[in-house]
Design a binder for this molecule. Structure first.
Ligand SMILES: [Zn+2]
Length: 298
């Protein structure tokens, strides 16, 4: 029996130093050095991906793209996708509409300036969205978001305009053409490995995490052959020592299991062709709310 094939997105959030000061001011150079290590790790990861013929996606804040332009061009030249990841790794929900528009434009401009690319994918630095985010993404021609958790191994179309309060029934908004590639903390290297004071949760045995991720992939492949499998990495987390070895073993396991390694953008474009919005809305009434579908730019 041949293995069924499944789209597989390895995604790397190259936050750099601004991952540490984009939210709150930081004056400690040692703290920033934790982000700077990402610049050491990115070439190792690019070499590993090239050895295995893996196309991946790198989410890069504009601020980091300007700090490490050569690395960002190496990512592009390696055939990987560049994804919007904020300007200086801010939480978009902390801004009003004008402020969020400004940081979105700054992120777009930086990746255009450094790498000459027009980004089509968005990953919120905080995995938080504001009530304005989807409208802005539509206005600026984005195809997809990858920040929400309303699914596991199947993409879905996002709704806009939901209304909620504890005193009224939940009101669903309308479906948009924007596709979500859902993320999850369990499939992110940060909570498994990154240390923070007051918690020892983040220093797990790479073999244990590898086993958990391999089991998730096996489940996705067996049960969601039309879906996708995605992991979120941070170069400074996965790109050191035994964790890099974990990544290589995992790539081998996924490849042996029929993974088609491809960027988020390619995964979204393939999925949309197979699942046009109107037909998908009929097949997923639990997502469609009142059945309204928005006119959508593009
Ligand atoms: Zn990030």
């Amino acid at each position: 029996m041949t293995n069924p094939s499944i789209a597989c997105c390895l995604t790397f959030d190259f936050d750099g130093m601004c991952g540490w000061y984009g939210g709150e001011p930081v004056s400690n150079p040692s703290v920033l050095s934790r982000g700077e290590f990402a610049a050491v790790a990115v070439p190792r990861i690019l070499d590993l991906l090239a050895r295995h013929g893996v196309e991946a996606s790198f989410a890069v804040p504009g601020h980091t793209a300007l700090a490490f332009p050569d690395l960002v061009r190496r990512i592009r030249d390696g055939g990987h996708e560049l994804v919007h990841h904020g300007w200086a790794h801010e939480n978009p929900a902390a801004f009003d509409l004008a402020g969020e528009r400004r940081i979105l434009e700054q992120g777009i401009a930086a990746l255009r300036q450094v790498a000459g690319v027009e980004v089509k994918g968005y990953r919120s630095p905080a995995w938080d969205l504001s009530p304005h985010t989807l409208g802005l993404l539509a206005e600026y021609g984005f195809l997809y978001d990858s920040s929400c958790m309303g699914g596991d191994y199947d993409p879905y179309y996002l709704r806009r305009g939901d209304r909620w309060s504890a005193s009224e029934p939940y009101r669903f908004g309308s479906l948009t053409e924007l596709v979500e590639l859902p993320v999850h903390w369990s499939l992110d290297d940060w909570p498994h490995f990154e240390f923070s004071f007051g918690s020892t949760e983040g220093l797990r045995d790479p073999r244990a995490v590898e086993a958990a991720w391999a089991a998730e992939f096996d489940h996705a492949r067996a049960n969601h052959p039309d879906g996708f499998f995605m992991l979120t990495f941070h170069p400074e987390v996965i790109g050191r020592g035994a964790r890099l070895a974990l990544l290589e073993r995992l790539i081998r396991h996924l490849a042996a299991g029929g993974a088609r390694f491809q960027s988020m953008r390619r995964t979204v474009e393939d999925w949309r062709r197979r699942h046009p919005l109107a037909a998908w809305a009929k097949a997923h009434p639990e997502r469609a709310g009142q059945g309204a579908i928005e006119d959508w730019p593009g």
